[in-house]
Design a binder for this molecule. Structure first.
Ligand SMILES: Cc1ncc(COP(=O)(O)O)c(C=O)c1O
Length: 386
């Protein structure tokens, strides 16, 4: 079925965090999309809703089969049924993993700028944030990317107090889809130094043309991965995610932490949505979505290069979240976020949320007309700042 992503429902008044938290704003902030999810998911949910009974959920074999089929078919990752723990979200997963596997006071290595909840999950579990910052690489006057600092990672991993690394693969907000060589180096360094790796792979199905997602589990079969259809299929509100933890001993500890945190149950709609998403119909829809997101990304790249040449932007290999360098304005990014909202009505995310000053993050997962409107307003305002 051909999908027209130029058309999206009006989300105002639908209880949408993105649209209803600041009524009247044009929201290009939080990472959810304005598109309807795949028709196969809506059909599956409709059937489940028509059943009319919503008691406690038993996660049936079809769920595991869909997950295994998707990752084997599209990503070359074999998932053992026993290694899967379902959970309502990747953030509860990260929190439980840290609680189960890291002693309070020990260090967890992260690579900022990185997803804000990495910081809070570590902090909330009484552990220490250990930064292995990504290194910026200039590609042109208008474009940059990031690479890992392996030398520093080696030094941090050698400290026996640092026992776990949270990897973001693909990386939000750096936009990188880490390649096999980079992941092999992470794995080698961590294995040699006894550091456990937990890979957050929530953005795995959102790669751009020419880039491939390499599951960390294909590099290091003992590593823990967190996956969910929530970002790619726009079903974050249905709260369904998975921890893939092949090691039995570690799995028991993580399972215990999930129970202590009381996040062990999922809802019946999330289960049905995952089964429908991870299907060939789901894949057909996803291919169309990715093509649309790529066109949005190209549109934005050209628009920013033409209108704000002094604001370089990341090369996007994955995700729908470009990251813009606004350091030339010499305004703290939190303040700039507020000013942009006040003067243009557009809501973006400030860089400090992700641990770095001098950047903003923009969500391009919306109809092109909405993106164009948002960019136009932001550019007009930033031009006035000089
Ligand atoms: C890297 C990363 N992990 C996790 C999440 C959120 O996960 P969940 O909604 O499943 O808790 C996000 C949301 O943007 C994200 O970017």
């Amino acid at each position: 079925m051909k999908i027209d992503f130029n058309i999206a429902p009006d989300r105002r008044g639908s209880g949408s965090m993105k649209w209803d938290k600041k009524p009247g704003a044009l929201p290009l902030w939080v990472a959810d999309m304005d598109f309807k999810t795949a028709p196969c998911i809506i059909d599956a949910l409709r059937r489940r809703v028509d059943h009319g009974v919503f008691g406690y959920t038993y996660v049936r074999p079809a769920y595991y089969e869909a997950l295994q089929w998707w990752f084997a078919t599209y990503h070359g990752l074999t998932i053992d049924r026993e290694s899967v723990i379902y959970i309502p979200g990747v953030v509860p997963a990260l929190s439980a993993i840290i609680k189960g596997l890291v002693k309070p006071g020990d260090g967890v290595i992260i690579q900022p700028p990185v997803y804000n909840c990495f910081f809070s999950s570590i902090r909330n579990n009484g552990c220490k944030i250990v930064e292995n910052p990504l290194r910026r690489v200039e590609l042109s006057n208008t474009e940059f990317t990031y690479e890992m600092d392996f030398e520093q990672l080696e030094a941090l991993a050698a400290d026996p107090c640092n026992t776990l690394m949270l990897l973001c693969n693909p990386h939000n907000p750096a936009g990188r889809a880490w390649n096999a060589e980079e992941l092999r180096r992470v794995s080698d360094i961590c294995r040699r130094n006894g550091v456990m790796v937990v890979s957050d792979e929530i953005h795995c199905d959102l790669t751009m043309p020419g880039y491939e997602y390499v599951p960390f589990g294909t590099i290091d079969p003992k590593a823990i991965s967190c996956v969910s259809p929530s970002k790619a299929f726009n079903i974050a509100g249905l709260q369904i995610a998975n921890i893939i933890c092949p090691d039995e001993e570690m799995r028991a500890k993580v399972d215990r932490a999930i129970n202590i945190n009381e996040v062990c149950d999922v809802n019946p709609l999330g289960v049905e949505a995952l089964i429908a998403a991870f299907s060939s119909d789901g894949h057909d829809w996803l291919e169309q979505l990715r093509a649309y997101l790529y066109d949005n990304y190209r549109f934005m790249r050209e628009y920013i290069a033409a209108n704000l040449p002094g604001v370089p932007m990341t090369k996007l290999e994955a995700t729908y979240l470009p990251w813009l360098d606004i350091s030339r304005y010499n305004i703290p990014s939190e303040e700039l976020e507020e000013k942009i909202l006040e003067h243009t009505g557009v809501w973006v995310n400030c860089g400090t949320m992700y641990g770095r000053e001098g950047f903003i993050r923009i969500n391009i997962a919306c109809p092109r007309a909405t993106l164009q409107e948002g960019l136009q307003r932001i550019c007009e305002y930033l031009k006035c700042l000089g």
